[in-house]
Design a protein around this ligand. Structure first.
Ligand SMILES: [Zn+2]
Length: 430
């Protein structure tokens, strides 16, 4: 008779990486998955997962943790706490910190701090250019050796075609991808929201879709030339989805991710000058939203990632035009995304793959699976529980959410990190 450290009993276990979708038990020993099936024996701790889904801890490959440099907005500890409250056990953090993640020391410091906090795996994304100013490439290999898993200047586009070509060439030479924040600033500069009838009605400068689409079209040409790995961050427009789909049909190594707000909301959310619905790229039209959903359905879009961008009140309460871009997302990613399963766009396993094994595969991470012997990073959620988002109750320091006061369906009940229960029934532990 075996004794498990933790037993999760009777849940719907979904492990997309291994094609598992069955009501069964899962048990943990020494922080690792020891078995999936029917457990007989004793456990030191038992979680009753009846009517709940048990899946690999979610991976969010696009997060702004703000540390070092802007700890009043978020820090590695508060971001890790928000992550596990949302079922996320692995995050990739973008390099627009202060200092930027443009040299190995900053990457090492972030990894060490995240390990010290011990709630969530954190993998930095290294900068493509020094100071994120789009001119001179960073020492990419050194950043990779320090633990960076991809490269991006996110927040800023990699503007110059020549720099982009070199970055693609260099990163691909050791198998890494370049993640582009696609925004042609000559088209979008000064804009706050999508260019269209809403921007016209509000009298606010808009950001046309061509700002996103034209840069992706250029980048795909460059990626084709050097057969590079190119990843489009937070895809938001119909034209962009079409470009990526065509590139993939051609066999190019082009991938993309969508943020929940881009498939759940439209530009109409900013009617009323709601700065908590302002982000870049902006919320777009219903046709764009439906195109993103179609891209998720047909596999053009491999990954769901939040672009979690916490800001202080002062950065948001200064009028729509001057408010900072970005919203928080870690704690609402899962329930907002579950709507796709309820609507029949994706099966539950296919949906969860976009937040577990798919990003793991793109980034070469060993998380995102419930394979025997894997670290027991697990999310347990009630797919039918409803709750109302209260900005003041969010764990993140950032309260900038467009879902404040709205009811969402699907609630994380437990999160385990390496077999340790780090979130249970509404409270972060440790
Ligand atoms: Zn971005």
């Amino acid at each position: 008779m075996s004794v498990a450290d933790v037993l999760i009993r009777g849940g719907r276990v979904i492990d997309p990486a291994n094609g598992v979708d069955a009501v069964c038990d899962i048990w943990i020993e020494a922080g690792r998955i020891a078995g999936i099936g029917a457990f007989e024996g004793n456990a030191n701790e038992t979680i009753d997962a009846t009517d709940r889904v048990v899946c690999p801890g979610l991976i969010d490959m696009h997060v702004h943790l703000r540390e070092p440099g802007q700890e009043w907005k978020e820090d590695i500890e508060s971001g890790s706490r928000a992550a596990v409250a949302g079922g996320v056990t692995t995050m990739c953090c973008m390099p627009n910190t202060g200092p930027h993640i443009d040299h190995a020391g900053v990457a090492l410091q972030i990894i060490a701090r995240a390990q010290q906090v011990g709630l969530c795996n954190v993998h930095p994304i290294g900068a493509v250019t020094k100071n994120l100013d789009g001119k001179e490439l960073t020492e990419m290999r050194e950043l990779a050796r320090a633990g960076c898993v991809a490269f991006s200047d996110d927040g800023m586009p990699i503007w110059h075609a020549g720099v982009m070509r070199k970055a693609l060439e260099y990163a691909s030479s050791f198998g890494f991808m370049v993640i582009q924040h696609a925004e042609e600033k000559e088209l979008t500069g000064g804009g706050a929201i999508n260019e269209g009838w809403v921007s016209t009605r509000l009298g606010v400068a808009g950001m046309p879709v061509e700002g996103e689409d034209s840069m992706i079209a250029r980048d795909i040409m460059l990626a084709r030339r050097v057969d590079a790995r190119y990843h489009v961050a937070h895809i938001s427009s119909r034209g962009a989805v079409d470009l990526v789909r065509a590139a993939q049909a051609e066999g190019l190594k082009v991938t993309t991710e969508a943020a929940p707000h881009h498939f759940a909301l439209t530009e109409e959310e900013v009617l009323g000058f709601n700065a908590d619905a302002k982000m870049s790229p902006p919320l777009r039209t219903e046709a764009d939203r439906l195109a993103v959903i179609e891209g998720l359905r047909d596999g053009t879009i491999d990954v769901i990632a939040t672009d979690h961008a916490p800001h202080h009140e002062d950065d948001k309460r200064c009028g729509l035009s001057c408010a900072a871009f970005g919203i928080v997302g870690l704690e609402t990613m899962l329930p907002v995304s579950l709507q796709l399963a309820r609507d029949g766009v994706l099966s539950m396993p296919d949906l969860l793959a976009k937040m577990t094994c798919n990003p793991a595969r793109l980034l070469g991470l060993d998380s995102g699976t419930l394979s025997l012997g894997a670290a027991a990073d697990i999310a347990i959620f009630d797919p039918d529980a409803t709750w109302t988002v209260d900005r003041d109750a969010l764990v993140s320091k950032g309260k900038n959410t467009p879902w404040h006061g709205k009811e969402l369906t699907g609630q994380v009940t437990h999160t385990l990190k390496s077999g340790r229960i780090v979130y249970a029934e509404g409270a972060v532990r440790g």
